[in-house]
Design a protein around this ligand. Sequence first.
Ligand SMILES: [Zn+2]
Length: 157
Amino acid sequence: MISIPVQIVCLGVGAEVPGWWLLQGAEDVARYLVALALANQWRVIRVLHMYYVENYSPSVIESVLNIPRSSVRGYVQRINTRVGSQRAHVLLRQLIPKLKTVSPVVNGDKCMLCNRPVDNMPIAAHIILFHKDLVDKATHSILNRVERVERAPAADK
Ligand SMILES: [Zn+2]
């Protein structure tokens, strides 16, 4: 319904050139998304999916999900400042579907890994702060699969 023109950026993947996802910021974005999934924050991931994959505007997302458009812009800004808007679209289109393989470790306001209540800080922040190894492992697992897709000879980009 709302269409934001999305230009596929030149990925610059060559035989000896590291993948564009290794550029500064892309891993940070992947880590943030993984932390959201581990923290069971699927509402935020849904916002990001609507914005980056389905190309809805913040005002449409506000009306559909009942999340203030200022919050939507905040989530988007957090990602765009890391990798830029164009690269963020390409990156999130690949990363978001892979988050389905990440099992949440939070039940309500309780972390099932350490049994600490996590209501005194954003849940994703708790995961990043106290369970860094798990976040690292899941992040690298997902980025490795992006790498394989991007390096496939018949990439349809
Ligand atoms: Zn915990």
